[in-house]
Design a binder for this molecule. Structure first.
Ligand code: SF4
Ligand code: SF3
Length: 545
């Protein structure tokens, strides 16, 4: 059987990648990822029992989170990393096995062990996504697993900052274990919603970690031009890497620039104090081919999204955390958790400065705390009818042409509307100069995809201030763009909070079977995006003549 992966929005023919991933993932890597997930399910079958007895340690939970994170789209393409993760997972299973009382879990994922790495690829052929034959059960199981991958990324970012909650690890164990059991569709639908409930908690924990360590994001004008000195470009979502890089590179005659999902680092007070933090270079992840070339200096990938490395910059790209690519130097933490970025800094000193690709500034930093400080102004604008509607356009960007929809939507929606955004989806419209309403910008960027939590907080605040009973009675529409599994967990969080009528694009996930789509439509009125004009008419209640 060839590979099968349908976890992201680029799944071939919107069905599944079977020969090679559109993302660049090959059959071997895909198989190793499947085998890793299989072993994590085995750990989870022991882990859920230990959690019930109050004996699940955070180290086991964190390993599962890291390993799940490594399988997110565009995070890691390095087979050797997956082999060591599978080896470690087997060791953990061995030790948990001795701690769990009889009867021991019987599922083969809990009892499978192999010392022989050459078996891994063959074993992976038996246990992939398609080994669940019923397409609806497969769909629900995978929806839960992809949600857990997104949650794992957020939980891991919080753990790096020393914020951990055992109950989140406990839930991840229970949910992963449940995907191996004979649960019926109704039970799995309940588990999908429970995953959304824990998603809110995971995002809240990460928000606490980020703001606790680096302060509350503030309204900030971010420079998008370039200076005269060599630079280092840092991408991904890991703020601790950002902190360590800024600290180690100060006074070295180089500047630090963010790329893609690291842009929101510019909004944090703790990072603004560094004079050599220059601004943001470029756009969303899928432009890295050209933008990494013209940047001229070293690039540090802290998380997804990373695309297969091109020759034009392969001598100056580095990975850290759960990212990896064959042949690319990987920077690991020492035993105290500190990372040494000196080789990147030394390389930067020898590089020419970046080639300027644009000039000017973009404004962001509208996370919950900052928005609450201007709440009176916002509520007043809503009450006076100056702002008629908010449209949440959070999520991911990607390379498909259909994503022009979001640019066109931003340009064509009425001038008395405001876009609430988070995640790399913003690059489709954050440089358009859409103006402001009584000083409130028409694009309010809360931050990274995990900062969708801020958008939820803002919605709940509006509900309270406007005295509205139901979150769906607020003048807010949801027009979400998705690409990878972090957007899946954000979506599940919104569903858990009872948000109805979400538009999802540019395509509905390939992993949702027709029956599962039907359930989501009946319960939540989820719909695919349509054309811009009719979606505007539907969201704004405009009748065309
Ligand atoms: Fe295909 Fe997406 Fe899976 Fe890559 S992650 S193999 S593009 S479905
Ligand atoms: Fe972007 Fe990958 Fe999803 Fe954090 S960097 S939002 S796509």
């Amino acid at each position: 059987m060839s590979m099968f992966c349908y976890q992201c929005q680029e799944a071939a023919k919107n069905t599944g990648c079977t020969i090679k991933g559109v993302c660049g993932k090959n059959e071997t890597t895909s198989g190793l990822q499947d085998l890793l997930i299989y072993n994590l399910k085995g750990i989870a079958l022991y882990g859920e029992r230990l959690y019930k007895k109050g004996k699940l340690d955070n180290a086991t939970g964190r390993f599962v989170a890291e390993a799940l994170f490594s399988t997110i789209t565009n995070a890691n393409f390095d087979d050797s990393r997956f082999i060591s993760l599978i080896n470690k997972a087997q060791n953990i299973k061995r030790s948990l096995k001795d701690m769990v009382s009889f009867p021991a879990p019987q599922h083969e994922c809990a009892t499978w062990f192999s010392e022989n790495e050459s078996d891994y690829f063959f074993k992976s052929k038996e246990i992939g996504v398609l080994s669940t034959e019923n397409e609806d059960i497969r769909s629900l199981r995978e929806l839960i697993i992809y949600g857990l991958k997104g949650m794992a990324a957020y939980v891991e970012h919080a753990a790096v900052l020393e914020y951990e909650e055992n109950k989140l690890y406990g839930f991840m164990m229970e949910a992963l274990a449940d995907t191996t059991k004979n649960l019926q569709a109704e039970d799995l639908v309940q588990l999908v919603l429970k995953t959304g409930e824990y998603a809110v908690e995971a995002m809240a924990l990460l928000d606490k970690a980020n703001t606790g360590r680096y302060g509350n994001p503030e309204i900030t004008e971010v420079n998008i031009g370039t200076g005269n000195r060599p630079g280092i470009l840092i991408s991904g979502h890991d703020l601790k890497d950002m902190e360590e890089l800024l600290e180690q590179s100060k006074g070295m005659g180089i500047d630090i620039y963010t790329h893609s999902e690291m842009l929101p680092a510019n909004y944090y007070p703790a990072f603004k104090k560094y004079d050599h933090f220059y601004g943001n270079y470029g756009n969303a992840w899928w432009k890295q081919d050209t933008e990494f070339k013209s940047f001229n200096g070293p690039i540090l990938m802290t998380t997804n999204c990373m695309v297969p490395v091109k020759d034009s910059y392969k001598e100056r790209i580095f990975t850290t955390g759960m990212t990896g690519f064959p042949g690319v130097p990987h920077i690991k933490p020492d035993k105290n958790g500190k990372k040494d970025f000196s080789q990147i800094i030394e390389l930067a000193k020898k590089c020419p400065p970046p080639i300027e690709i644009e000039k000017g500034t973009i404004t962001g930093g509208f996370a919950h705390n900052q928005v609450f400080t201007i709440a009176d102004k916002v509520v007043d604008a809503v009450k006076r009818g100056a702002i008629k509607r908010f449209v949440v356009m959070a999520g991911c960007d990607g390379r498909q042409n259909g994503r022009n929809y979001y640019t066109d939507m931003a340009q064509q929606m009425p001038n008395d509307s405001v876009i609430l955004t988070a995640g790399c989806a913003k690059y489709r419209y954050n440089k358009l100069n859409l103006g402001n309403i009584n000083g409130i910008p028409r694009v309010l960027d809360a931050g990274q995809c995990n900062d969708s939590y801020s958008l939820v907080m803002i919605a709940l605040k509006l509900k309270e201030v406007l005295g509205v009973e139901d979150i769906n009675d607020l003048p807010i529409s949801y027009d979400i763009a998705w690409y990878e599994q972090k957007a899946v967990i954000v979506l599940l969080a919104l569903l858990y909070l009872g948000v109805k009528g979400i538009r999802l694009g540019p395509t509905l996930p390939a992993f949702l079977s027709p029956n599962v789509v039907k359930i989501l439509v009946e319960k939540f009125d989820i719909k695919p995006i349509g054309d811009v004009k009719s979606d505007i008419e539907a969201m704004f209640g405009i009748i065309s003549v």
